[in-house]
Design a protein around this ligand. Structure first.
Ligand code: E4P
Length: 217
């Protein structure tokens, strides 16, 4: 499964990318506002730090302006993916941009039929929002399973990008359900490699090794 980081904090993304485990990045207008910096400058820094797909979201509501915004975003770097909302206008923009060779991530997906339409529009990525469905008392992971089944039935190449991830369990379950990618907040990513038995086991190994008085280097 590809691991994307859900953030617009260029400095933090650069540090996380040093692990060699980050395949891409997703941003959204709220994350850009939180970062508090110039959008285009931030995007340039992120694209330079992470070679994979970097989603940058349009803010227009009509397809024509979405397409114009998307084309401008695509001038920032080759790895920019245009993020469009799952609305009628967003799907039209997606179809037009994809037909012209510009990859799109269709965001704010909350149902399997929405995902079906995004695939028909030729989207490179579909972003079902797991956490927000869970927050509302629904089962976000069931949506991933439904989309996986539909995409497999018709061999749609659109990649399922599990979004609105809140926990490591979300990452695990999305991987089991067959999501192609997960976009993960930095804090959740950092928690993925942690386990208290790893820490205590390592501590015991180091204590025993020290007692041998030996060195490897
Ligand atoms: C996806 O691309 C979105 O940026 C993101 O996952 C939204 O997550 P949230 O529900 O935590 O805001």
């Amino acid at each position: 499964m590809q691991i994307f980081i859900d953030s617009a904090d260029a400095a933090e993304l650069k540090a996380l990318a040093e692990t060699g485990l980050v395949d891409g990045v997703t941003t959204n207008p709220s994350l850009v506002a939180k970062a508090g910096r110039d959008f285009f400058e931030t995007l340039r820094e992120i694209c330079a730090a992470v070679p994979g797909p970097i989603s940058a979201e349009v803010v227009a509501q009509d397809a024509k302006t979405m397409i114009a915004e998307g084309l401008k975003l695509r001038t920032v770097a080759e790895n920019i993916v245009v993020k469009v909302p799952l609305t009628r206008e967003g799907l039209i923009a997606c179809k037009t941009l994809e037909d012209d060779g510009h990859p799109c991530n269709v965001t704010l997906c909350f149902s399997a039929v929405q995902a079906l339409l995004a695939a028909k529009a030729g989207a490179t990525f579909i972003s079902p929002f797991l956490g927000r469905l869970d927050d509302g008392g629904q089962d976000g992971m069931e949506l991933i399973r439904e989309i996986r089944a539909i995409y497999d039935n018709y061999a749609y190449p659109t990649q399922i990008l599990a979004a609105s991830i809140r926990t490591g369990a979300h990452v695990r379950d999305a991987a089991i359900a067959g999501a192609d990618c997960a976009t993960i907040p930095p804090a959740v990513f950092k928690a993925l490699y942690k386990h208290h038995l790893t820490d205590s086991g390592l501590e015991a190994f180091m204590k025993d090794w020290k007692a041998t008085g030996q060195k490897i280097l």
